[in-house]
Ligand binder design. Structure first.
Ligand code: NAP
Length: 208
């Protein structure tokens, strides 16, 4: 994010906010994670690979990529589907033809029970725990970041801050509906802060 907490321009453009050094650091975080979770909004806006690519030429066991995509909007041409490692799409849409097309393109598709018309976040984490995926890295846009945080399912934030301002027309870090009074604020404890190239990395724990 920028120093004013912005993660994309209003158009959705977000590449690149942080420097190469910070992005390498993110790849190390990815490499130590069991899975990288993202929302369909990020896939449609950025078409990310979501692989771990280290500077040193070392072989990485690729973390599983998990896309929360209630309506199966994932394109069969999405870049991550042709990358090494598994891509799991979690959905509540029972359209068998769409699921088959995504499976043919390399994805695994799991149909979850639908309560609200959206993928249920508690159910997602229970399913990933059953798969023995115990360290999840969420790399999503403000919608899913905020939803997981408000559901009490985030332990830690790792924020990379680039020394520039993107203005209040740009998109924020988290959508947090219902936070209106000072008493509603989300409390964090900063446990680490260090420079990474020209950027700063701040690690914060949630006060559950
Ligand atoms: N700067 C950065 O580090 C960074 C990182 C990632 C993304 N971004 C930017 O973020 C923007 C995209 O943000 P976004 O908010 O649209 O995308 P997002 O948070 O990645 O994905 C949001 C989508 O996730 C799906 N979803 C499934 N289950 C959900 C649930 N239980 N609760 C909430 N959402 C759920 C929803 O679509 P369905 O209802 O269809 O499932 C929702 O619209 C892009 O501009 C991208 O560049 C920036």
């Amino acid at each position: 994010m920028s120093l004013d907490g912005r993660t994309a321009m209003a158009s959705g453009e977000s590449q690149w906010i942080t420097s190469v050094a910070a992005r390498h650091d993110v790849h190390r975080l990815r490499a130590r994670s069991s899975a990288i979770v993202t929302g369909i909004g990020t896939v449609l806006a950025d078409d990310p690979s979501l692989t771990a690519r280290l500077e040193q030429d070392v072989e990485v066991v690729q973390p599983m990529r998990v896309v929360l995509d209630s309506q199966l909007r994932m394109p069969t041409t999405a870049r991550m589907l042709s990358q090494p490692g598994r891509t799991l799409i979690l959905t509540v849409n029972a359209d068998a033809a769409k699921a088959a097309a995504l499976q043919a393109a390399g994805a695994e598709v799991r149909l979850l029970d639908s309560h609200s018309g959206r993928v249920d976040l508690e159910q997602v984490l229970a399913l990933l725990a059953e798969e023995q995926l115990n360290e999840l890295l969420l790399e999503a846009g403000p919608t899913l970041n905020g939803a997981l945080l408000q559901a009490g399912l985030v332990d830690e934030l790792v924020l990379y801050m680039a020394p520039h301002l993107m203005g209040d027309g740009a998109r924020g870090l988290m959508t947090l509906p219902g936070v209106e009074k000072m008493a509603d604020r989300v409390e964090l404890q900063i446990v680490d802060m260090r420079s990474v190239g020209r950027d700063w990395r701040m690690t914060c724990r949630l006060q559950h």
